[in-house]
Design a protein around this ligand. Structure first.
Ligand code: B12
Length: 430
């Protein structure tokens, strides 16, 4: 090879390198500060607040919470086994009314795997059977003609497949087939615009199946679906660099990381996403524990697919708790709360201290009378379920918007309205 040949060869190599999605290491102090925000959650041990996603995120991160972390898993096991298998733990504890959903059971199985455990024995088999049953029921709800919708969502459907896959539990081809169909016929996954979170979760499930070769008959379809999902996610990159929005970018990166796409500048796209993500972390956009739990693995170069063979011996830095003193403010702001979808419509200006959350605004409005709302606790925090006595029905939800028409990217507990802003609560379908 002449000089020119060598040069072209080297340039070709560099080009190929740029096509790989890699996330260079980030400032360890920044990562530590994110991890510290999870610690208070690990002291909240009622079933309603237990969150297997936090445990998974921490175990796939570069951080650890020592004995606190081990105790958290212990409590997760006690309460999930109690509520799913009916094993006695504390009979007069009224927290155990609701059984975990399909997605929560899936996250619990991911948490066990994150501790290098494989579900086995009688108890383990029953958990696996429950998750398989959940998926079978969802498959029926979607129907033979694929016209129906799962009772939960395709996000949870993907999560369920992923959880069984990392435990090397085989699912019927037809169960996997429903998710493949939904990805191929995109309109089934969303109404209006693409949900990057949902396709990324499906992609993680398919990547696990591809690695584990659990559904050999569907091998080619699975490989095609992964390629299709990567393309969809890349197309959804915003001018700032996010894949979808700031909060879907962590899952999108979990999927894209370490992958390459011939002829596509994947490396550049991922570096841009990383830069946008880090800027928003610095701006304080990541306050929500669930969101942090999806981001931490990415900052450690890991994804949920690594739970196929987790590295439980990897050194991790011990987190030190910090006491955050809430900043006191004298300034009062006013926020207009508008609910046009009830009769008579509600609209009122509410005064709250600057820095209050939307939830504080709702509380204040309720205290002043004339306004009513209800919430349900979820792994993402309090989810608004009813407004002025009106419950969201099947496939409906109370959407949060900043007037005139911008959907909020955060829930009521995290969003902090600015002075003079109008917040609309709108009954919407999804
Ligand atoms: C499916 C979904 C929805 C569905 C849920 C209905 C259903 N039956 O599944 C619908 C369309 C209703 C929805 C609504 C909203 N969502 Co949503 N949703 C998701 C998604 C894709 C999956 C959630 C899930 O199933 N998790 C797994 C299961 C096991 O966990 P779970 O806690 O049991 O799940 C429940 C909660 O997640 C709850 N939920 C869904 N979204 C949200 C958002 C918030 C803030 C809260 C507190 C709860 C909540 O619904 C789930 C089913 O009951 C996530 C993506 C993600 N990366 O997590 C986004 C996500 C959580 N949603 C998000 C947002 C912003 C919202 C809205 C606030 C949008 C808006 N402007 O109105 C609303 C919530 C408003 C309210 N009433 O409080 C953001 C949250 C970002 C953040 N900073 O925390 C995410 C990450 C999407 C994104 N990338 O922007 N969502």
């Amino acid at each position: 090879m002449g000089h020119l040949g060598v040069l072209l060869f080297l340039l070709g190599g560099l080009g190929a390198l740029a096509d790989i999605c890699e996330i260079p290491q980030v400032d360890s102090k920044l990562v530590e500060r994110l991890g510290q925000r999870l610690l208070p959650w690990m002291d909240w041990l009622s079933l309603e607040h237990l969150n297997p996603s936090i445990y998974v995120g921490l175990r796939l991160s570069s951080l650890q919470a020592g004995a606190r972390e081990a105790f958290y898993l212990h409590i997760l096991k006690l309460s999930y086994q109690h509520s799913l298998l009916g094993l006695t733990f504390n009979d007069d504890n009224s927290d155990y009314q609701d059984k975990p959903s399909m997605g929560q059971l899936a996250l619990y199985l991911l948490a066990l795997r994150a501790n290098c455990e494989l579900v086995e024995g009688r108890k383990g088999d029953r958990l696996v059977s429950q998750l398989k049953r959940f998926l079978e029921d969802e498959k029926k709800a979607i129907g033979h003609n694929n016209k129906g919708q799962p009772h939960t969502s395709y996000y949870q459907y993907g999560l369920g497949i992923l959880a069984l896959c990392v435990h090397q539990k085989r699912l019927h081809d037809s169960v996997v087939g429903k998710l493949l169909y939904a990805v191929e016929h995109e309109q089934h996954l969303h109404q209006g615009h693409l949900s990057v979170d949902t396709v990324a979760m499906a992609g993680l499930a398919f990547t696990c199946l591809e690695h584990s070769n659990l559904n050999p008959n569907r091998k080619h379809q699975i490989t095609r679906a992964i390629e299709n999902i990567r393309e969809k996610i890349l197309k959804a990159q915003t001018p700032e660099g996010y894949f979808g929005n700031v909060y879907s970018t962590p899952l999108a990166l979990q999927l894209l990381m370490k992958s390459s796409m011939p002829g596509v500048e994947l490396g550049t796209a991922c570096l841009k996403a990383r830069a946008a993500l880090l800027a928003s972390v610095q701006d304080g956009a990541f306050q929500n524990a669930l969101m942090i739990s999806q981001l931490l693995p990415v900052l450690n170069g890991k994804s949920y697919v690594d739970l196929i063979s987790p590295d439980c011996e990897a050194p991790r830095v011990m987190l030190k708790p910090v006491v955050e003193t809430p900043s006191q403010t004298q300034e009062v702001i006013s926020v207009v709360l508008n609910v046009p979808s009830v009769s008579p419509p509600y609209i009122n200006s509410i005064s709250v201290p600057a820095g209050s959350s939307l939830e504080d605004v709702l509380k204040k409005a309720q205290k002043l009378r004339g306004f009513m709302y209800g919430t349900q606790n979820t792994l993402s925090g309090p989810f608004l379920t009813s407004v002025m006595g009106k419950e969201a029905g099947e496939r409906e939800f109370w959407q949060l918007l900043r007037a005139p028409d911008t959907p909020l990217l955060q829930g009521i507990a995290e969003y902090t309205p600015k002075d003079g802003e109008t917040i609309e609560l709108r009954l919407a379908t999804w």
